[in-house]
Design a protein around this ligand. Structure first.
Ligand SMILES: Cc1cc2nc3c(=O)[nH]c(=O)nc-3n(C[C@H](O)[C@H](O)[C@H](O)COP(=O)(O)O)c2cc1C
Length: 176
């Protein structure tokens, strides 16, 4: 079992942690939640991601990390573009759906349109970043997709937040 008591494990342990221990520890790294989408010759695909980050201001760029074998990763490789739709607090059911529903049902909920690239853009998302695929980096099981932002939308409001396997509303201000 995992070490769940309050005593931290030493960082100089001889053996590296297992993949399961790594995934378990990552449950407590709270994140925003996005839907990464693509559409083109390879078809329309989309998946829920927590592994999304801003990368560069000039050119405006971001990255998402996807399981290399996933259908969405393969389609982004082929279509050469993707959109990151950062979910608002009221969009938790979309987050679950894009991680578990059959592909043909994923886009049935929500209002979708397109901006520059043709990738699906979700109305009322907190922010949407429509990207040209600039570069990929494979590492282990996953691939980093770096996108240069060609168009964006912003609705603002409370963001959806994921922590310890559950969705929350991010909104309470904590001053240090
Ligand atoms: C909250 C949440 C966050 C997730 N984050 C990621 C992620 O960052 N990268 C990833 O590859 N999968 C992530 N997943 C899993 C994918 O959404 C899921 O495997 C999806 O079915 C992949 O779709 P596809 O196989 O049609 O491409 C996440 C799932 C949930 C519920």
């Amino acid at each position: 079992m995992y070490n769940t008591n309050s005593k931290p494990r030493p960082s100089h342990a001889a053996a590296p942690p297992s993949g399961d221990a790594f995934v378990h520890a990552m449950r407590f790294a709270g994140t925003g939640v996005s839907l990464v989408t693509t559409d083109g010759e390879a078809g329309r695909f989309g998946a829920t991601v927590s592994a999304m980050s801003s990368l560069s201001k000039a050119p405006p760029s971001l990255l998402v990390c996807l399981l290399s074998e996933s259908r969405t990763a393969r389609a982004i490789h082929a279509n050469r573009h993707f959109c990151v739709n950062v979910l608002a607090a009221h969009q938790a059911s979309l987050a679950r759906g894009f991680a578990s529903l059959p592909l043909e049902q994923r886009f049935a909920t929500g209002v979708w349109h397109t901006l520059a690239s043709g990738a699906p853009v979700l109305e009322r998302a907190a922010s949407c970043f429509d990207c040209r695929l600039a570069r990929t980096v494979e590492h282990g099981t996953h691939t980093i997709f770096i996108g240069e932002v060609e168009a964006l939308t912003t609705s603002g409001g409370a963001a959806l937040y994921y922590h310890d396997g559950r969705f929350h509303i991010a909104g309470d201000v904590v001053e240090a």
